[in-house]
Design a protein around this ligand. Structure first.
Ligand SMILES: CNc1nc2cc3c(=O)[nH]c(N)nc3c(CC[C@H]3O[C@@H](OC)[C@H](OC)[C@@H]3OC)c2[nH]1
Length: 374
């Protein structure tokens, strides 16, 4: 009997929300989970053991960036991404489709795949579903995303339909190319723009492929939050409830809370890391921009009750100075604080669902944000 080495178990539900565990050889992912973005084989401004200590069970790598530099083949020759970046735990990699559309000089997209020019040196590359899965395999990725076409919103129904159907055909090709990789998974990505019937068809067709997990793609691309939430509500009933649901690119703390409420299990977003590098901090009192002069002589730490040294030790005045001086330590401390807060938010949501008190907990969390400064 072959024991499946990649499993997902829902442990508790509270309304549409669930807690769960994704178990694989490299470790366990506790859901709902926030996955720090480590695009170029590093979670920017953080040491790997610091990211782990905050409670992150999995980090993200990116096919587009790593195929261009240092190349997937070189990472494989060096022992794979886990060894390369000293992160022995689970890694999820995106297929690269999104970055091709958003970062590169897109040359062509057709049935075979996408042809693009590197934003680094202008060299031409062809990314097919098969090549994307090959690259993710070379990296040693534990959770590999299908190659898809993520349309920019708003777009016409015809454009959304064409991209959704292409993505479905690419999902099938990725499934074949992925083959059997024990202990690893390939996730499908639901597309369909803002068109409910397309979203439902995409979710149903992907469910028929019996994949190990499913992402909701094509969102967090500038649409209002209510549109994003409506799309989640539309597809959730058609996404197998025994498989993890991953909402790509999301989001702010409020986006995450509202999406957990609607049955989403996994999240990724550059918000906490990128914002941290620019002086924007997330706390249980809401967000603060430490560039603001009002912090120039504020001797309080960001959050005296936080377990994180970046949050409970350094004065806002000092952090304000570091940000204004564009000091590296400022980026380090604010990134650290933000990731600590995001992990604390996820741990609180997991605990509240386990105790069947998610709605009360969400009320308390939002009250803290609204109250702002104490
Ligand atoms: C911000 N809003 C947002 N909406 C998105 C929608 C999609 C989508 O439909 N398909 C695919 N394939 N990717 C998407 C992505 C990129 C996530 C990656 O982007 C990278 O973060 C910058 C990171 O790579 C380490 C992450 O890896 C999974 C989205 N990002």
């Amino acid at each position: 009997m072959t024991t499946d080495q990649f499993t997902f178990t829902v442990t508790k539900t509270d309304g549409a929300a669930r807690t769960g565990e994704i178990r694989m050889p490299r470790g366990v992912i506790r859901t709902p989970a926030f996955m720090p973005v480590g695009t170029a084989a590093t979670v920017k401004a953080m040491y790997p053991d610091q990211v782990k200590a905050l409670g992150a069970d999995v980090v993200l790598g990116n096919t587009y960036h790593l195929m261009l530099r240092p190349s997937a083949e070189r990472v494989a020759r060096l022992g794979g991404l886990h060894k390369f970046m000293n992160w022995p735990y689970p890694i999820l990699t995106d297929s690269g489709g999104f970055q091709v559309m958003s970062l590169s000089a897109l040359r062509k997209i057709d049935e075979s795949g996408v042809t693009f020019q590197s934003h680094i040196d202008g060299s031409t590359h062809v990314m097919t579903p098969e090549r994307s899965i090959e690259i993710q395999g070379l990296l040693g990725s534990d959770i590999q995303m299908q190659l898809d076409e993520c349309v920019k919103l708003p777009c016409t129904e015809a454009v959304a339909e064409k991209a959704m159907r292409l993505s479905l055909r690419w999902a099938e090709r990725c499934r074949v190319a992925f083959g059997e990789q024990p202990g690893r998974a390939m996730f499908g990505i639901v597309q369909g723009g803002e068109v409910e019937r397309l979203r439902i068809e995409s979710a149903k067709e992907l469910a028929n492929l019996d994949l190990k997990g499913y992402a909701i793609g094509g969102l967090a691309v500038g649409e209002p939050q209510d549109v994003m939430l409506r799309m989640i509500e539309t597809v959730e009933p058609y996404m197998p409830n025994t498989k993890p649901r991953y909402l790509m690119g999301v989001g702010t703390p409020d986006d995450i809370v509202e999406s957990v409420r609607r049955g989403v299990d996994m999240f990724d977003c550059v918000m906490p890391t990128r914002a941290g590098r620019h002086g924007l901090v997330f706390t249980r009192f809401g967000r603060m921009n430490l560039r603001n002069a009002r912090f120039a002589e504020d001797t309080r730490p960001l959050d005296a009750e936080s377990k994180c040294a970046a949050s409970n030790t350094y004065s806002r005045a000092y952090l304000h100075h570091l940000v204004r001086s564009n000091e590296i330590l400022g980026m380090m401390l604010l990134t650290w604080n933000n990731l600590a807060y995001y992990q604390e938010l996820m741990a609180g949501l997991r605990k509240a669902i386990a105790e069947g008190r998610l709605e009360d907990h969400i009320g308390e969390v939002k009250e803290g944000w609204a109250k702002g400064e104490h």
